[in-house]
Design a binder for this molecule. Structure first.
Ligand code: MIC
Ligand code: SF4
Length: 643
């Protein structure tokens, strides 16, 4: 029986464990990426591991999230990251060079390699045939130190594409279609592998839009084959020597196959406040819009800007809205200038935003209060735009541009029928904004520069024998890491300062969370389904750990957040019977006796709610390695105790 592409890449990189769905396996990581918002902690952690230089084939440190620089803190982080990259042997992509995922696709990704990134949209690299996985920063630091990356061997779901997209329908509409049926938790433990004749009709950036937003399924990653289209992309990027043909065997078996006929894909839209709240654009057409944004790591390639420019050409955007465009990289921006795309956009009234994450993470271009904003981004969680009561809709560049003209949500097919074109002919290769690492024999001369806002990464305590803790917060389902540890222009500058950022944990749900946690000293959080979905930010585990949270008990967890909790010594438990959730309220005191021995001996433990006397069973599925990490008080302590 043949095997899938995912299995082929995993096999080539397997270091430990048996490649059987659900088993813990360790894989070799060829490349890593970090961005500034998660990166400072990564390099502080790497430094404390005492390893002088990265051991990967290639590691890149990007600056793209925190670029507002409203005071000294962001720039201090940039200086720290630049000096750490030079010293530890990484390439440093300077602010202004663009969004990590777009640049990595253009300049560094290699088919068949593994990529681990401290950002949940690292799977963008799957568009190039990489096995690209998002992880917490500490896992990325460990991979740079040469450790394997551990994950559950995934189930591989096949997505068979046939036909070809009709005019004004796009890759974004494909992934929104997948999200509609699979939902934000449907991808847990899965890799989505795209195949079939329809794949040949999609360019690498289009494939990358799909793999990028596969993160919203909660998937481990998504992957496309590496074929002649991939080769053409690499030729364009003057990196053709790195191309290699890669695909699943013709008789590969998938756990399940999702069939998508691209001829039938129509413009889709995700309604507030979840990426899986998807409808056809035609169903909500006519709703007035206050703001439109085109950009983010999902849809900011030159072709995305090109089609938008052609739709807008010679016209002026509606006077009731503002249109912002963030080119994904400097390469996109320069070729957009060279090829006249930016001119058309600006002439229509668009505001050109920096080549950075920007509006996607509430770093500027926030909508008006109660505003309706249409974005080509990947997440529309409540409040993420920087405006608590804004309504964020996720759409394709075609729908965004058409709606920018009419001022209302518009099915782009009702406006025009421009055929898909290729706008890449003006691309020029220039890596002058990427600083290579200093040679190893000069590394000792490099001094790491730290600003006053850069504080040490706190460590967790060793596991307690008995846990007596109060319930600091009880949440509903689908809590995102944006709820747990919000981002935005006020909080993002605190990413290097855990004591300060911890004051904002769960701010939108309970502004007093940090005070209650500190008062209690030892706390637990109760959650519903898919707790911790979304971003990879380990701050969503690190800051609660700093506030004394020792366990999180939920109905289910999202993958990256669960791994982050373990890395910082917080035990992720689930309810044996979800009905037990109903008998716990905030302020209750839970007791787990014999915790340390108990979790080693059994997967099922008993907790007592001393406030009502009700006993209930909680379950963990920690592998032996993870148990040791929890017992030692987190991955940093565990790694150092073994060095
Ligand atoms: C996001 O899109 O939520 C982020 C900001 O890129 C995060 C990383 C972070 O919080 O720094 C992610 O996706 O992992
Ligand atoms: Fe940046 Fe947004 Fe992409 Fe996250 S999703 S990496 S914030 S552009």
């Amino acid at each position: 029986m043949g095997i899938t592409l995912t299995e082929k890449i995993l096999k080539e990189h397997l270091i430990s464990g048996e490649l059987k769905t659900g088993n813990e396996i360790g894989i070799r990581i060829d490349q890593t990426l970090t961005q500034d918002a998660t990166g400072t902690m990564v390099y502080l952690q790497f430094e404390s591991m005492g390893i002088p230089r990265v051991k990967t084939e290639l590691s890149v440190s990007y600056v793209d999230h925190n670029t507002l620089q409203t005071d000294y803190r962001n720039m201090d982080d940039h200086r720290f990251l630049q000096s750490a990259a030079a010293k530890f042997g990484l390439h440093f992509s300077r602010p202004g060079n663009g969004i990590c995922h777009q640049i990595h696709l253009e300049r560094f990704g290699v088919p068949g390699k593994t990529l681990l990134g401290s950002d949940s949209h690292t799977p963008t690299g799957g568009g190039l045939g990489m096995l690209a996985i998002g992880a917490g920063g500490l896992d990325v630091a460990a991979a740079m130190a040469g450790a394997p990356f551990f994950l559950k061997a995934p189930e591989v779901v096949g997505v068979r594409l046939t036909g070809s997209l009709q005019p004004m329908c796009s890759a974004k509409d494909i992934i929104l279609t997948v999200l509609q049926s699979e939902t934000v938790k449907g991808g847990l433990g899965k890799v989505y592998e795209y195949h079939g004749q329809g794949v040949k009709t999609l360019s690498v950036p289009e494939r990358a839009t799909i793999t990028n937003m596969g993160a919203e399924l909660g998937a481990t990653t998504s992957v496309f084959p590496s074929d002649e289209i991939t080769q053409e992309f690499l030729i364009l990027q003057k990196r053709e020597d790195l191309w290699r043909k890669l695909e699943a065997d013709t008789d590969a078996e998938y756990s399940r196959i999702i069939e998508i006929n691209l001829d039938e894909v129509v413009p889709m839209i995700a309604l507030p406040h979840m990426p899986d709240n998807v409808r056809k654009v035609s169903e909500v057409a006519g709703k007035p819009v206050n703001q439109v944004a085109i950009g983010s790591c999902t849809n900011s390639s030159i072709n995305d800007l090109g089609i938008a420019a052609d739709i807008l050409a010679g016209k002026t955007i509606s006077e009731n809205l503002s249109l912002g465009i963030g080119p994904g990289s400097r390469q996109v921006l320069s070729s957009g200038i060279e090829g006249g795309i930016i001119k058309k956009l600006v002439a229509s009234g668009a505001r050109i935003l920096e080549s950075a994450c920007g509006a996607c993470i509430g770093m500027g271009f926030s909508p008006a209060s109660g505003g309706v904003t249409l974005r080509t981004f990947n997440r529309n969680f409540k409040g993420r735009s920087g405006t608590a009561d804004a309504e964020v809709y996720l759409v394709s560049p075609e729908t965004a541009a058409a709606s920018a003209l009419t001022g209302v949500i518009t099915d782009p097919r009702s406006l025009t029928e421009i055929k898909k074109k290729d706008y890449t002919s003006f691309i020029e290769i220039d890596d002058n904004m990427v600083i290579p690492p200093v040679p190893a024999d000069k590394a000792s001369e490099v001094e790491i520069i730290r600003g006053p806002n850069i504080k040490e990464c706190p460590k967790a305590d060793k596991l307690l024998d008995r846990l007596e803790a109060s319930v600091i917060l009880k949440t509903g389902d689908n809590i995102t890491t944006d709820h747990i540890m919000p981002a935005g222009s006020k909080i993002l500058p605190l990413r290097s300062n855990i004591p300060e950022i911890s004051k904002h944990v769960f701010e939108a749900l309970d502004p007093d969370f940090h005070l209650k946690a500190q008062k209690a000293g030892t706390g637990v959080i109760i959650g519903g389904e898919n707790y911790g979905q979304g971003s990879s930010r380990e701050h969503a585990a690190l800051a609660p750990m700093y506030l004394g949270i020792k366990a999180v008990i939920t109905k289910s967890f999202a993958r990256i957040h669960k791994a982050n909790l373990i890395n910082f010594g917080i035990i992720p438990f689930t309810f044996a019977d979800p009905a037990a959730y109903e008998h716990i309220k905030e302020g209750d005191i839970l007791v787990i006796e014999n915790l340390k021995e108990g979790i080693k001996k059994s997967k099922v433990l008993t907790a007592v709610n001393t406030s009502n006397g009700i006993e209930f069973e909680i379950v963990h599925d920690l592998a032996d390695r993870q148990l040791d990490i929890i017992i030692e008080g987190g991955l940093l302590n565990y790694t150092m105790s073994r060095n």
